[in-house]
Write a protein that binds this ligand. Structure first.
Ligand code: ASP
Length: 357
């Protein structure tokens, strides 16, 4: 057994991440003849590369997606997913994740899970080793522990300092005193600095394999400084992801409450099914329009009555078409079309970028 410090370092490497994240994976079968596709959010370029590599070798499409996002779950520098995620208002990292598997139409998810770096892999075991779809909080942690997932502190020093600075500056009427500007940690300064645009993070990955089967996952640390126990769209089947193996797969990042109120990922897949051969980008723009139409709370509108937040969609049709869309311009998506991986623009509903308010 490695000493604790070395063991921790080992556990942070991608290979170790893959070991923990592979619990519950299916047996590899010979690859088929179809053209595989993998899509992800902008933080998923390495994710689609790994997922593609795996499906080309005959791995299950969901297992490929889970292995792909595990790279980001294990990355301490991504503050929106897994290790290094920005914590809740109490300084505790709470993770949400879900998976869906096309061939079985199975789904599993975990919410408000603490101390486990790979919630998407735990969600796969909820799907495979229980008769349920969703486990939360302490129950989800005990389930993960029982299946041998290693527990660790997910709050990195950098995320802790960011959280502390947020706490120290969030009220002028309490007893906390923020550090003098010249004593501010460089990483905290960068996080809150002028170049920083607070964006939603999270990672979604959808995969079409060489047999024409689909798998998808969404995994996140959720909103920064959220109320403990707040659960977003990511672990809710139909909201943060959905698939129908005969039709297509879709997932979303951005303001989770908007997706919860519209079951947007289900809407995307249903709209694909109902609309036949409607271009996929138009299907996703319909989902954006639905969010705009139902966003009736003035607190969530800009001066023109549009949402003052962004939501992004990523999708693959059963026939291999793929697309991304967003309410406002700017977001990109990662795509691997079997030949190469790249970032492409999500098609926006509104041509301008979201202005910070
Ligand atoms: N959708 C995520 C949530 O609401 C956040 C995000 O995508 O950044 O938890």
């Amino acid at each position: 057994m490695l000493p604790p410090v070395q063991r921790r370092a080992f556990l942070s490497t991608p290979i170790a991440a893959l070991c923990a994240a592979s619990m519950g994976a299916a047996k590899v079968k010979p690859a088929g003849k179809g053209r595989p596709i993998a899509v992800s959010s902008a933080n998923g370029l390495e994710t689609v590369k790994l997922a593609m590599d795996l499906v080309k070798k005959g791995h299950d499409p969901l297992d490929a997606a889970i292995a792909g996002v595990a790279l980001v779950e294990a990355d301490p520098n991504d503050h929106t997913v897994g290790l290094g995620g920005i914590p809740n208002e109490d300084g505790v990292v709470e993770l949400d994740a879900a998976v869906m598997h096309g061939p079985t139409h199975g789904g599993g998810s975990v919410a408000s899970l603490r101390n486990i770096k790979h919630p998407a892999a735990v969600a796969r075991l909820v799907m495979k080793r229980t008769d349920h779809c969703l486990l939360v909080g302490e129950g989800a942690l005990r389930f993960a522990r029982a299946h041998g997932f290693p527990e660790e502190n997910l709050l990195t020093e950098e995320a802790r300092k960011i959280w502390l600075y947020w706490k120290e500056t969030s009220s002028r009427n309490d007893d906390r005193i923020p550090p003098p500007a010249d004593e501010l940690d460089p990483e905290v300064r960068k996080f809150f600095g002028p170049d920083y645009v607070r964006e939603y993070g999270t990672i979604h990955c959808s995969v079409l394999d060489t047999h024409g089967d689909l798998g998808c996952t969404t995994t996140t640390s959720g909103l920064y400084y959220k109320i403990p126990g707040r659960v977003g769209d990511s672990p809710i089947l139909g909201a943060g992801l959905y698939l129908n193996n005969d039709v297509g797969t879709a997932g979303s990042t951005g303001r989770g409450e908007a997706n919860l109120l519209n079951l947007s990922s289900f809407l995307a897949v249903e709209e694909m099914r109902r609309s036949g051969d409607k271009p996929l980008k138009d299907v996703l723009i319909e989902c954006c329009k639905r969010i705009v139409a139902t966003n009736r709370d003035k607190r969530l509108q800009d001066a023109k009555g549009r949402p003052n937040f962004n939501v992004n969609f990523y999708a693959i049709r059963k026939n291999g078409d793929f697309a991304g869309a967003a309410l406002f311009a700017g977001p990109k998506m990662a795509v691997h079309d079997g030949d190469s991986a790249r970032l492409v623009d999500c098609v926006p509903l509104f041509d301008e970028e979201l202005k910070e308010i």
